[in-house]
Design a protein around this ligand. Structure first.
Ligand SMILES: Cc1cc2nc3c(=O)[nH]c(=O)nc-3n(C[C@H](O)[C@H](O)[C@H](O)COP(=O)(O)OP(=O)(O)OC[C@H]3O[C@@H](n4cnc5c(N)ncnc54)[C@H](O)[C@@H]3O)c2cc1C
Length: 417
């Protein structure tokens, strides 16, 4: 079967790998001259099924009001005057009920856990290197109320069979010794021992190389301009000056998936939620985290790569704008300085911003569409690196007529119809 995949982010490249492995003839079309140049470029590096939860949760509307007032708060909303922004926020608010939260989490956790397991298999098969670590992640609490919420999360995770442990300050310092200088300001932490970390861009680029060696064709610097269709079936892809024919087309175009869907009359509720990161070269690795430390107060994750520290977070509902706001970078630096003051020189930090392709219910959109031969693998929001391998594997199974190993019924776009 000839497959065209639009997009060479982590989701498109993993899709290419699994489809090629299933026996398909795969071509990937990518606007940029290399893989992982958009949202998969410099994310926070967490492969974290333990945190696989929708942002739309009970209590979030109230918290959001508070965050919007704070200088270093994790959320900003900039009204853009377009209907899509308001519709998307309204749908997200509608998902903030207990019932919707449970439903959405029950869709996300199995996919994220499956994805982590697929990544382990992929690692064993390919020996791919991406500065990965399997040391778990640690969410640190500065206030009693946060610890209380952490306890509730821990109960929920245990019910879902996800390993976790609540730590006191001694436990925190044992897991992350570089936090000892600030331990007296912490009230506890939730550790997820099976979570992993790694550089998503490096992974995507290495996997693209492996896929290319086994026959996947990557065409870079190519824009998909049209998706010709006839009688409810997509038949080809238009790029500049060329029409490429395929038996199936996969949209894995991150935040641009919505515009591609619109070419065929599909309204995908994938909104660009802006985030920021800085990457700091390490001067004193012993003063840096061993894995990911997630500061619950600022909702900022600090992840250790080999000789670098990645600090990422923030959410701005502000359209497709990718201007770097120095105030947001200052917040990331403030948290890095507070938690790991000796790790590296923050003047050497490289700032970055990216747009998370986010659905209002937090769950990605994977599977068939009402247009025959058009498939989606998009909308992974905050968890695209965490869910990439699992999403790509189930997509390959669905396209090739195999039964996926996890339930996919609630993952496709019919849930919005
Ligand atoms: C600050 C921040 C921190 C994050 N931290 C984490 C984390 O710790 N863990 C985690 O799991 N996730 C994290 N994420 C989310 C994760 O990075 C994303 O979900 C993921 O990168 C999305 O991958 P993607 O392949 O869908 O999109 P992208 O990486 O954006 O790839 C889409 C590709 O499609 C191409 N494209 C689009 N339209 C066209 C067209 N018409 N023609 C040709 N090419 C096209 C684009 O050029 C792009 O390369 C974070 C995100 C941000 C912003």
């Amino acid at each position: 079967m000839r497959i065209i995949i639009i997009g060479a982010g982590v989701v498109g490249v993993t899709s290419a790998y699994y489809l090629q492995r299933a026996g398909c003839q795969v071509t990937v079309l990518e606007h940029h001259p290399a893989p992982a140049q958009e949202t998969s470029f410099a994310n926070a590096g967490q492969i974290s099924p333990g945190y696989a939860a929708p942002w739309a949760a009970p209590g979030v509307p109230l918290k959001a009001m508070k965050w919007l007032m704070q200088t270093h708060g994790p959320l900003r909303v900039r009204p853009k005057g377009d209907a899509f922004q308001w519709e998307w926020m309204a749908k997200m608010l509608a998902n903030c009920t207990e019932a919707a939260y449970q439903r959405n989490k029950n869709r996300m956790v199995p996919l994220a856990e499956y994805s982590r397991d697929q990544l382990k298999l992929l690692r064993a098969e390919t020996s791919i290197q991406y500065e990965g670590r399997s040391l778990g992640t640690l969410q640190i609490f500065r206030k009693a109320g946060q610890l209380e919420n952490g306890r509730r999360d821990a109960d929920l995770l245990s019910k879902m069979g996800v390993a976790n442990e609540l730590l006191d300050t001694d436990g925190i310092v044992k897991v992350e010794p570089a936090l000892s200088h600030i331990a007296d300001q912490l009230v506890g932490a939730l550790r997820l021992p099976n979570d992993e970390t790694g550089d998503c861009q490096l992974f995507t680029q290495q996997l693209a190389k492996l896929a290319e060696q086994t026959g996947v064709v990557f065409r870079y610097g190519v824009d998909v301009l049209g998706l010709p269709h006839k009688n409810g079936e997509v038949t080809a892809v238009h790029i500049s000056g060329e029409t490429l024919h395929a038996d199936a087309v996969v949209v894995a175009a991150g935040c641009a998936s919505r515009q591609l869907g619109q070419l065929l009359g599909l309204e995908l509720p994938v909104y660009p939620v802006k985030g920021y990161s800085i990457t700091v070269p390490l001067d004193h690795p012993d003063a840096a985290p061993r894995s990911t430390v997630m500061d619950e107060t600022y909702k900022i994750a600090l992840t250790r790569f080999d000789n670098r520290l990645r600090v990422g977070g923030m959410a701005e509902v502000a359209g497709y704008d990718k201007v770097i706001d120095p105030k947001r970078v200052a917040t990331l630096k403030m948290v890095a300085r507070d938690l790991f003051p000796r790790a590296g020189d923050l003047n050497q930090a490289t700032p970055w911003t990216g747009l998370r392709p986010m659905t209002p219910d937090g769950t990605p959109i994977i599977g068939a569409t009402p247009i025959r031969n058009l498939w989606l693998n998009t909308g992974h929001g905050t968890l695209g690196w965490t869910m990439a391998c699992g999403s790509a594997k189930v997509l390959a199974d669905l396209i090739c007529g195999s039964t996926p190993e996890i339930s996919t019924a609630a993952l496709n776009m019919s849930r919005y119809q």
